[in-house]
Design a protein around this ligand. Structure first.
Ligand SMILES: Nc1ncnc2c1ncn2[C@@H]1O[C@H](COP(=O)(O)OP(=O)(O)O)[C@@H](O)[C@H]1O
Ligand SMILES: CC(=O)N[C@@H](CCC(=O)OP(=O)(O)O)C(=O)O
Length: 301
């Protein structure tokens, strides 16, 4: 149906469909991990920011934790170096750390600007601000990969202070160690640790695929929902690979530590956040606690 064919009544029905979700998530914290394609494409970027602004204006407390891996690689190439990854983590020597910190801070402020332009006040910080993210050197299977941080402690006070003053926090994944040296943290890890620390109601990962496939080669095998036990069994089965493996492990970790529900969403779909949060069908892969009602979309009917 063309948008011109949507009647006024249908528009009202769409808004009414959102009502139970607005009631349920009022004043609740939703952490959005933003990265991948949705961050590169300008139109998608605007749509993601519009969604987050709308969440804020209807009474949720969204927090954006962003990546920018593609942009970091672009700048690493620009200065004549080659990006290197080991098990999905960037090998971060001193010059790469300098570039990563500059680029992530730049991305951070560009997101702040987009939110501000839509009339909501955002504050951009890194994990170094307010000593939000403390970390130590992370080894990759025993191998030293430079200034890559493993989060050891989250102090969410700065986030609570910003939320209390009605700011929208936008956080980039840089942390510091006990000597205040900077570390590059995988953005999924940062989002998960922050969602745990603030007991988020939801954690949504925006990524480059529809969600989790049972078989990556078979695009009809999308898993639309799984309990944390089903997710753990799937991880243990050894059939999951690529970046989705650590992502799903992060989802499990988040739910086992206080986050109510985690979503893996296709950031290439326009307004994927609104479609997931405000419609009865939902999209992507939802992961929830064992014993929970199968899906809130079912409950809401
Ligand atoms: N079974 C699977 N289902 C979905 N994605 C998978 C699967 N197996 C491997 N992948 C890979 O995981 C990637 C998503 O993880 P990642 O690259 O870390 O995402 P992002 O950079 O958006 O955070 C997908 O693009 C895909 O290539
Ligand atoms: C240690 C490590 O790998 N850090 C990541 C941080 C950015 C990130 O995670 O960005 P995306 O979410 O867009 O991939 C990196 O340097 O690429």
């Amino acid at each position: 149906m063309k948008s011109s064919e949507i009647t006024e009544l249908q528009k009202a029905e769409v808004l009414i469909e959102a009502l139970p979700y607005i009631q349920r998530f009022n004043r609740k914290i939703i952490v959005v991990k933003y990265g991948g394609s949705a961050m590169v494409d300008e139109q998608l970027k605007h749509q993601v920011i519009q969604d987050v602004v709308l969440l804020k204006l209807v009474g949720f407390k969204p927090i954006i934790v962003h990546g920018g891996g593609k942009e970091i690689s672009r700048w690493v190439n620009k200065v004549g170096m080659e990006p290197h990854f080991v098990n999905g983590l960037r090998v971060t020597d001193e010059p790469t750390m300098e570039i990563a910190e500059m680029v992530l801070n730049k991305v951070n402020k560009s997101l702040v600007q987009l939110v501000n332009e839509l009339g909501v006040k955002a504050v951009g910080i890194s994990g170094k601000d307010g000593m939000l993210l403390r970390c130590e050197k992370k080894l990759s299977k025993g191998e030293d990969i430079g200034f890559v941080g493993e989060i050891t402690k989250v102090d969410p006070q700065i986030i609570y202070d910003l939320l209390e003053k009605d700011f929208l926090p936008i956080i980039c994944p840089i942390g510091s160690d006990e000597y205040y040296a900077s570390y590059n943290i995988n953005a999924d890890d940062a989002a998960c640790a922050i969602a745990r620390a603030v007991n988020a109601e939801k954690l949504a990962f925006l990524t480059d695929v529809e969600g989790v496939y049972r078989d990556f080669e078979d695009k009809s095998s999308l898993i639309s929902e799984m309990t944390v036990k089903e997710a753990q069994d799937f991880v243990n089965s050894g059939s999951l690979g690529g970046g989705m493996l650590p992502k799903l492990q992060n989802c499990i970790d988040a739910i086992e530590n206080g986050v109510s529900r985690v979503h893996i969403l296709d950031g290439r779909i326009a307004h994927c956040l609104l479609l997931e949060i405000f419609t009865n069908r939902g999209i992507g892969t939802a992961i929830y606690k064992d014993g929970d009602a199968r899906y809130f979309h079912e409950e809401a009917k």
